[in-house]
Design a protein around this ligand. Sequence first.
Ligand SMILES: [Zn+2]
Length: 235
Amino acid sequence: MSRRWRLVLAGVVAVVLAAISVVASVQLLKHPVDIKPPEQISLLVVPVGVAGDESSLPDESVLLALIEGLRQSLDIEYAIAEPYALPNTLLNRETGQLRVDLALSDVAQRYRRSGYFRVLGVTARDITIPNYSFLFGLADRRGFACVMSVHRLGWGADEELARERTAKIALHEVGHTLGRGHTPDTKSVMAYSDSLSGLDESGSRFTPLDVSIILTKIPELAGKIIAAEPVDADE
Ligand SMILES: [Zn+2]
């Protein structure tokens, strides 16, 4: 082969390799879930919408506020997934609310092999399950995924309050995935609430008891899960 042809061939090989690497990086961008190092304890926040309803996706500012809130109690890694739309067959036909039990199965199935420690789906659509008028969130008892709605939390009105409520529900649902049930202690974020007033009265952080229960189930969170400072009884 002449020297000239060898140069042309080398050039062709280089172009083909460059094309392959472009295709590979596009693939990686399309599947950000697959490239996370699995050794980190990471929570993936997934914006979940409903097909044909733009307003069902939460704003990024809401997701960032939510993560900022979670960080106060869970010192782990956070990532935000590409938004995705659920089919509108998952809506309650009469009320138009999203069936969060079905949404939860979908989110769990989609991300189960992603390498993330936990997944939190967040929608701006109102959510419910049969026989309930609405829910703030729902968690997978098997401990991988949870889904919450910011629909009723006052975004667009009192943003400070909305931020606080969003962080509380996120931590509450994630707390369920960490094996913590409800507590009668209203100073805890794990207190049950089915109204905004109940939510506003409950604590925004884990108590030392919540933390110790979670750590018996998930010891690898030692040093990464933070309780609120106990409040002095005289105050
Ligand atoms: Zn709960």
